[in-house]
Write a protein that binds this ligand. Structure first.
Ligand code: F6R
Length: 360
C-alpha cells in the first residue's frame, strides 16, 4: 500500500508531481489563460473582496494565494477559521468567502462558511474530497484533485491547494479587475512546469544527507517574505508536528520585533527565498548570522548571493516566484521528514493529532 515507502508521508511527498499534474491538467492554456469548467470567465465579475477561511496547512495555502490577489489589486484577506467561527468578519453579497479545506470536514472552517452564508456572502470550497460537507454546503466547489492523503501531516494537498488557488486567483483577477495579470503567460508556464520541477527537487535534494547535522538543537526558526512567509509558517508547522522539536515560523519582517531575542548558535534558521525580495531577505539572514545561528537557505539555484551567505543551500529550479514557494516547501517537507525519521518519530500518526478536526 505504501509502495515500498517506509511512511505514507514520504510516499505522498513523492506523489506530488502526479498530484500537481492532475491539479493543473486541462486547466491552463498556452498563453496562461485559465479554464475551470465550473467557473467560466465572468463568473466572479460581481465580487468586490475575497475572504479566505482555513486552518493549519490550508491556512498557509490561503496566505500564499492572497499574495497574488493583493498584488493585482483584488482586496483579499485571510482568516484563521477558528477565529472567524467565533468572530466573523463583515461580509455581504459582494464578498466571496473561500473555504480552503483538504478534507472538507474541518469544523471551524464549516462554521465559518455558515456565518458567511448567513451574512449573504457567496461561498466557495477549495477541497480535495468530492462529496465532502464543505463541497455540499458551499455555493460552489473547486476540487484540487490531489488524490487521497493518508499521512496526518498534509503534504501533497498543500501543493495542490496552492496550484488550484493560483488558477482560481487568475480567474478572480481577470473577473474583478477586467485585466489578466501582466505576467499571466509566465505564471501559467511555471504552473505547467511545476510537476517536473518538483520531480527535480525530489531527485536532487541534499536534505537526507544534512538532517543528522542539525537534529537535537534548542529550537528551529523558519523565516521568509512574500510567498516565502506562508512557506516558512508551513515549514515550521510540519517540523513541530512530526519531529516534536520546538519550531516557529515568522515573516522575516517580524524578526526584529521580538523573535530575534531567541536566536543563538543553537537555533538553526531556515530562510525561504521566493526570488522576489532579494535584498531585504538577505539582510534578514545577516541579522541571524550575526547572532551565530546556522542558516539553511532555500532558494532558486541561480541565487549566487544566497548560496554564498548560507551554511547550507537547498536549491530549487529557477522559476516564477509564485511557483518557487511550492518548490521550496518540498525541500522543507523533506527536512521535517528526515529529521523526524532520525528521531524515530511516529511520522504518519503524530501524537495528539487527527487527520481531520471535526470538533470546534
Ligand atoms: C497539518 C495539517 C492540518 C490541517 C488542518 C486543516 O499538517 O494537516 O493543519 O491542514 O487541520 O485541515 P483541512 O484542510 O482538512 O481543513
Amino acid at each position: 500500500e505504501r509502495d515500498g515507502y517506509e511512511h505514507y508521508m514520504l510516499k505522498e511527498i513523492n506523489e506530488q508531481p502526479n498530484a500537481l499534474d492532475r491539479t493543473v491538467s486541462g486547466r491552463i492554456g498556452n498563453d496562461g489563460s485559465v479554464s475551470l469548467s465550473s467557473f467560466p470567465p465572468g463568473t466572479f465579475a460581481d465580487v468586490r473582496d475575497v475572504q479566505f477561511v482555513a486552518c493549519g496547512t490550508s491556512y498557509h495555502a490561503a496566505m500564499y494565494a492572497r499574495e497574488h490577489l493583493i498584488e493585482m489589486g483584488v482586496p483579499a484577506y485571510t482568516f484563521r477559521a477558528g477565529e472567524y467561527a467565533t468572530a466573523p468578519a463583515p461580509a455581504d453579497e459582494d464578498t466571496l468567502v473561500v473555504a480552503v479545506t483538504q478534507s472538507g470536514e474541518t469544523a471551524d472552517t464549516l462554521q465559518s462558511v455558515r456565518h458567511a452564508r448567513d451574512a449573504g456572502a457567496r461561498t466557495l470550497a477549495v477541497t480535495n474530497v468530492v462529496g465532502s460537507t464543505a463541497s455540499r454546503e458551499c455555493d460552489d466547489a473547486l476540487f484540487i484533485r490531489a488524490g487521497p492523503e493518508i499521512g496526518v501531516a498534509a503534504t501533497k494537498t498543500f501543493s495542490s491547494q496552492v496550484a488550484a488557488l493560483s488558477l482560481l486567483g487568475e480567474r478572480l483577477v481577470e473577473d474583478v479587475t477586467g485585466e489578466p495579470s501582466p505576467d499571466r503567460a509566465e505564471r501559467g508556464a511555471a504552473l505547467r512546469r511545476l510537476p517536473a520541477d518538483v520531480q527535480r527537487v525530489l531527485e536532487d535534494s541534499p536534505v537526507a544527507k544534512l538532517a543528522d547535522e542539525y537534529r537535537g538543537r534548542d529550537a528551529y526558526f523558519f523565516i521568509g517574505r512574500g510567498v516565502g512567509h506562508p512557506v516558512a509558517l508551513e515549514g515550521a508547522l510540519k517540523f513541530k508536528e512530526i519531529t516534536y522539536e520546538h519550531a516557529e515560523g515568522f515573516g522575516s519582517a517580524e524578526l526584529k520585533h521580538g523573535p530575534l531575542a531567541l536566536v543563538t548558535e543553537d537555533t538553526p534558521v531556515v530562510a525561504v527565498f521566493d526570488g522576489r525580495h532579494g535584498e531585504k531577505a538577505l539582510a534578514n539572514v545577516e541579522e541571524v548570522r550575526a547572532r551565530g545561528a546556522p542558516v539553511i537557505a532555500v532558494a532558486g539555484e541561480g541565487s549566487r548571493k544566497v548560496r554564498e551567505i548560507a551554511d547550507e543551500f537547498l536549491p530549487v529550479p529557477d522559476t516564477h516566484p509564485d511557483a518557487t514557494g511550492v518548490l521550496a516547501n518540498v525541500q522543507l517537507q523533506l527536512v521535517s521528514y528526515h529529521v523526524a525519521d532520525l528521531l524515530g518519530r511516529a511520522i504518519d500518526k503524530p501524537r495528539n493529532l487527527a487527520k481531520s478536526v471535526t470538533v470546534e
